[in-house]
Design a binder for this molecule. Structure first.
Ligand code: PLP
Length: 385
C-alpha cells in the first residue's frame, strides 16, 4: 500500500491498454485515452482539499473553453447530461415563463418532456430531422408570441448529427431580449461557442462527450446574475442549480456525494485537451475523422442522411442498406466482434444507423472501422446498394 494521499502507482507489469475492448463509435460514452482511465485509479474523499481544488480547476477550464469571462460561472452537477438540462430549465425558467423549443430531433423532444414535467409553458417550432432552425423562424415566433421569455436550443442535434446555427440564434435572442438556454451537450469542446458575444444565458454540456472524459457529470455555464436571481425556484432538491452553486461557493465542496473518479478523469481529459491545442485542435481532429468516415462509407456505397453543409463532425447518420438480408442487430453484433461499436439510428421515418467520430481516436481508426464494416457486410452477404 502507498501512503495516504499519494497517487497509487500501477502494480508492476500492469498496463492500461485498450486490449481487446472494442472502440466505441458512439457519441458518449466514448473511447477514452489510457491517461484518462488511469486518473481513476485512486480514491478521493469529498473533504479532501486537493479534490475540491480539482473541481474548481475543472470548472474554471470549462468556463474558459466557452470564453465565459467573469460574468459566467460553471456549476457542475452529478448525473448524465439530461440531469443538467433538467436542472437548468427547472432553476432558470420562472414558472410563468414561456419557452420556445425549436424541434429537429429527439434531444429537442426531451426538452419538451422536461418542460411538461416541470409544468412550464412551451411553444414548439416543429422542423424536419434534417432541417436546421433559422434565426428568421425564431424571430417570427417572437413577433407572433410576445409572451415568449426563453429559447431552449439544442446546438448539435445528436439524433441525426445536425448543426443548428447558434451564433445567429444568439444574436436574435439578444436583439429581442429573450433568454437563451443552450443544450451544447455534443458540441461543447469541439465546435466554436463564444459566450463573450452575448445572447447566451446558459450553456449545458457533460463530461463524457467531446471533452473525452467518462460519463457521470454534467455542467451548466450560466450568467452569474441570472443564476443568482433564481433562488428558491427549482421544484427539485437534487437538481437545484442555485443551491448547488451557493453551497459550492461557500464550502468549496459538492452539495451531495461528488462523482470523484469522474472529476479526476475529466481533469486528466482536460489536460490532454489543452495539450492537444484546445477547442480548435479538437474540432479539427474530429473534422478529419468525419471526413475519413464519410469518404470510406461512400466508397462502400453508403449515403449520409444529412447534406454536408448541416452535418456536424461528431456523429454521422447513414441510410441502412436496402438489401432484405440486412438486419441492424446482426450487423451491429458482427461489427462489434470486429472491434467497433456502432449506434442505432434515431430517426422515426426511415431506417438508418449512426457512426460517431468523437473520442480518443484518429482518422486512421476511422479508416480501420470502415474497413471492418466493409468486411462484415461482405461476410454477411449484404449488398449496400
Ligand atoms: C448526450 C446528449 C444529451 C444528454 O443525454 P444523456 O443520456 O443524459 O447523457 C442531451 N442532449 C444532447 C444533444 C446530447 O447529445
Amino acid at each position: 500500500m502507498s501512503r495516504p494521499g499519494a497517487i497509487a502507482p500501477l502494480s508492476k507489469g500492469a498496463t492500461v491498454i485498450l486490449g481487446n475492448e472494442p472502440i466505441l463509435l458512439t457519441p458518449g460514452p466514448l473511447t477514452t485515452s489510457p491517461a484518462t482511465r488511469q486518473a481513476m485509479l485512486r480514491d478521493w474523499g469529498s473533504w479532501d482539499a486537493a479534490f475540491n481544488q480539482m473541481t474548481q480547476s475543472v470548472c474554471a477550464d470549462l468556463a474558459a473553453i466557452a470564453n465565459g469571462g467573469a460574468e459566467y460561472v460553471c456549476v457542475p452537477l452529478q448525473g448524465s447530461g439530461t440531469f443538467s438540462v433538467e436542472a437548468a430549465l427547472g432553476t432558470l425558467v420562472p414558472r410563468q415563463g414561456l419557452v420556445l423549443v425549436p424541434n429537429n430531433g429527439a434531444y429537442c423532444a426531451r426538452i419538451v418532456r422536461i418542460l411538461q414535467r416541470l409544468g412550464i409553458d412551451y411553444l414548439e417550432l416543429p422542423l424536419e430531422d434534417d432541417e436546421p432552425v433559422s434565426a428568421a423562424a425564431i424571430e417570427d415566433a417572437f413577433n407572433q408570441h410576445a409572451r415568449i421569455t426563453h429559447v431552449a436550443q439544442v446546438h448539435l442535434e445528436t439524433s441525426a448529427g445536425l448543426l443548428n446555427p447558434l451564433d445567429e440564434i444568439a444574436a436574435v435572442c439578444k436583439r429581442h431580449g429573450k433568454s437563451l438556454i443552450v443544450d451544447a451537450m455534443s458540441s461543447f469542446g469541439a465546435l466554436p461557442i463564444d459566450l463573450s458575444r452575448g445572447g447566451i444565458d446558459a450553456l449545458i454540456s457533460a463530461s463524457g462527450k467531446c471533452l473525452e472524459g467518462v460519463p457521470g457529470m454534467g455542467f451548466v455555464i450560466v450568467r452569474r446574475g441570472v443564476l443568482e436571481a433564481s433562488e428558491g425556484r427549482s421544484p427539485s432538491l437534487a437538481l437545484d442549480l442555485h443551491d448547488q452553486y451557493v453551497y459550492m461557493r461557500e464550502t468549496t465542496q459538492w452539495r451531495f456525494t461528488p462523482p470523484t473518479h469522474v472529476i479526476a478523469a475529466l481533469r486528466a481529459a482536460l489536460d490532454q485537451f489543452l495539450a492537444e491545442g484546445g477547442r480548435a485542435a479538437r474540432g479539427a481532429r474530429y473534422a478529419k475523422n468525419c471526413e475519413a468516415l464519410v469518404e470510406g462509407m461512400r466508397a462502400l456505397g453508403f449515403e449520409p442522411f444529412l447534406k454536408p453543409e448541416v452535418q456536424a463532425p461528431v456523429i454521422v447518420t447513414f441510410h441502412a442498406p436496402r438489401d432484405p438480408a440486412y438486419d441492424f442487430k446482426t450487423f451491429y453484433a458482427a461489427v462489434r466482434d470486429a472491434g467497433y461499436v456502432l449506434y442505432p439510428g434515431k430517426l422515426t421515418k426511415m431506417e438508418t444507423f449512426r457512426v460517431g467520430c468523437i473520442g480518443a481516436i484518429d482518422a486512421n481508426e476511422m479508416r480501420n472501422a470502415v474497413a471492418a464494416i466493409g468486411r462484415t457486410l461482405a461476410a454477411l452477404g449484404v449488398r449496400v446498394r
